[in-house]
Write a protein that binds this ligand. Structure first.
Ligand code: ARG
Length: 393
């Protein structure tokens, strides 16, 4: 009997996959990765494990990967200011290589021949899983049942689950496809496929609608040390708590929503909406601090790097040589990214309104229009003449 390790979420698709693989003659080991999607909050872990076993799993691994997710995936992306197509903070995309890494590890431990996932054949996630697996263990085979099985609709899957007594909860399913972790929520399908429609309020999970918020802004202060957020309003926090807290506060003020028609790697344009309150606050604050402490050349070059970095993450190339090289560049720029940024959260906006750092390159005596001015304006004349020289006919 061949052994396969499946990335299991507890939902309808992956529950059917367990059974389907078993029917194909595989021994199925389920792996549930906790990236802060709300396991143990909305749904208890015991129920997920039970469901996997009821579906036919021989064994279930459940791992809380939140710390690793934050340290090794979120922080590098935050330091790089990686944002895809100007709007997507990459929560889903960052999670996939981590899940794949653990799938491969468990496969080794269990001496399994294959790994499997529940992604469709049209998305980015299949690419991220499989490219990661190919890099980490080129010999490991990958199965993607959704790309090949016979089910054409959700109803057929529900029927299949009933037939095998798999206890799936089909009532609470929203008409959207949702992926969630501590760095954000990705929501697609259903009415969102109509590009002309504003997303309905019920599509959002963790942010309040800016439309109905009351008139008071909320001020917060985030302190960074070498590019890493450490304190909120002067109080030291573990990163996980800091991000959760910011998700909470930001969500209350409608911060971090975006609506994007994006370019998938497989060539499809698709519309997805995102919620990333904590990520948005941290990203904005981090960028603000960089404008204070990085010299112009570094800051401008880093924007190019951010663009490339986001493409690599989006396209599943987390473990690529270029991504590693870009990390080295990004890290070399973070030594002075320490200081505080005061943020104003107001009706869906997140605005940096104050900043300070002991590494600040801002010199008031140079920029001031007041009488403390130390800038020798006479020098400007020669500077401009030389600067303009090549352009003179
Ligand atoms: N479009 C996002 C990405 O490619 C999220 C994909 C998963 N989204 C979902 N709603 N299940 O990274």
């Amino acid at each position: 009997m061949k052994k396969v390790v499946l990335a299991y979420s507890g939902g309808l698709d992956t529950s059917c996959i367990v059974r389907w693989l078993k029917e194909q003659g595989y021994q199925v080991i389920c792996f549930v990765a906790d990236l802060g999607q709300g396991l143990g909050r909305g749904e208890d872990l015991a129920a997920i494990e039970e469901r996997a076993l009821a579906a036919g799993a021989a064994k279930v691994y459940i791992k809380d990967l939140q710390e690793e997710f934050i340290k090794d995936f979120i922080l590098p992306a935050l330091k790089a200011n990686a944002i895809y197509e100007g709007k997507y903070l990459l929560a889903t995309a960052l999670g996939r290589p981590l899940i794949a890494k653990h799938l491969v590890q468990i496969a080794h431990k269990e001496k399994a021949d294959l790994i499997a996932h529940g992604c469709t054949g049209k998305g980015n996630d299949q690419v991220r899983f499989e490219v990661t697996a190919a890099i980490l263990d080129p010999k490991l085979e990958v199965l993607a049942p959704v790309r090949e099985w016979e089910f054409k609709s959700r109803e057929e899957e529900i029927e299949y689950a009933r037939m095998f007594n798999i206890p799936v909860d089909v009532t609470k399913k929203k008409p959207y496809s949702i992926d969630r972790n501590i760095w954000g929520v990705s929501i697609e399908a259903g009415i969102l496929e109509d590009l002309e429609q504003e997303p309905p309020e019920d599509a959002y999970l963790i942010t309040k609608s800016p439309t109905y918020l009351s008139g008071y802004p909320k001020y917060i202060e985030v302190y960074f040390e070498k590019g890493v957020p450490r304190r909120l309003d002067g109080k030291a926090h573990k990163l996980k708590n800091l991000i959760s807290e910011l998700n909470e506060i930001g969500g209350l003020h409608g911060v971090g929503r975006s609506d994007l028609v994006e370019n998938r790697l497989v060539g499809i344009k698709s519309r997805e909406i995102y919620e990333a309150p904590g990520a948005t606050i941290l990203y904005t604050a981090h960028k603000e601090l960089e404008s204070l402490v990085l010299d112009r050349e570094c800051a401008h070059f880093k924007e190019l790097v951010a663009l490339k970095y986001s493409e690599l993450v989006y396209n599943g190339l987390w473990y690529s040589p270029l991504k590693k090289a870009l990390d080295a560049f990004v890290n070399s720029t973070q030594g002075h990214v320490s200081g505080s940024v005061r943020m104003k959260l107001f009706k869906g906006n997140c605005i940096a309104v104050g900043r300070k750092s002991k590494h600040s390159l801002y010199k008031k005596e140079l920029s001031t229009y007041g009488k403390e001015d130390k800038f020798d304006q006479k020098l400007a004349e020669g500077f401009i003449k030389i600067w303009a020289m090549p352009y003179k006919k």
